[in-house]
Design a protein around this ligand. Sequence first.
Ligand SMILES: [Zn+2]
Length: 235
Amino acid sequence: MKHRLSAILAIGALYLMSAPGVVSAKNWGAGVPPKQADRCTIQDEDSQCTAQNGTHTVWVLSSVNSDLKAAITASVENDYDDSSSNNTDINASMVSDPGAADVWVFEKDDAVANRWGYGTCTSDSTFGESGLNEWCRPQAIFFNNDHESEWEDDAHPEKRRWVTCHELGHTLGLRHPNDVDQNGNYLESSNRTSSCMYTGVGGSTWPGNLYSYDREHLRDCYPHHTIGDPPQCRD
Ligand SMILES: [Zn+2]
């Protein structure tokens, strides 16, 4: 176990020091117009249905800010793990073994100052399929150290709730409800400011949880996907 952990930490350090270790421009994350008309659908270029057998496991590097880690844990349990009041069809959990995780979470100094965090594949990820159906595992989330004071802000816990729910959502293929499709229409026709996937945050608007359409997207895609197969989503 000691051997394995030190190997993983070395990989983690690589991310922080070496941008080429990160594979960017994959279709993981918010997607780029005009290819975001649908979310999590079969054969869709931006499909990111990576939960295997309906599970989604998250591992956080020990040095990640403790307030942020607590918010991540709360979001995994309260937003993503299936329950009678939170119907997602996903068994989401935190794990202590990175080798068993679908998502690795790190902090880094991000040169893009306005970016609170982002998800990506890494050079250590396993890739499957190709082209329109390419997926990777594990995915990585990087939270920007520049925003640490904001997610430590106990007077405004909604900020860390928003950012953690948001980035975790991207690892499961959720998009921004306020992005537009190729016809210029919002991805969600209403209640866009009610989801943590909303990006127009500020002032008093910091949605900290998924909205019903987000959970519907998750239900539509899980637990029908096994790593190695293209996304299997219901109609
Ligand atoms: Zn986003």
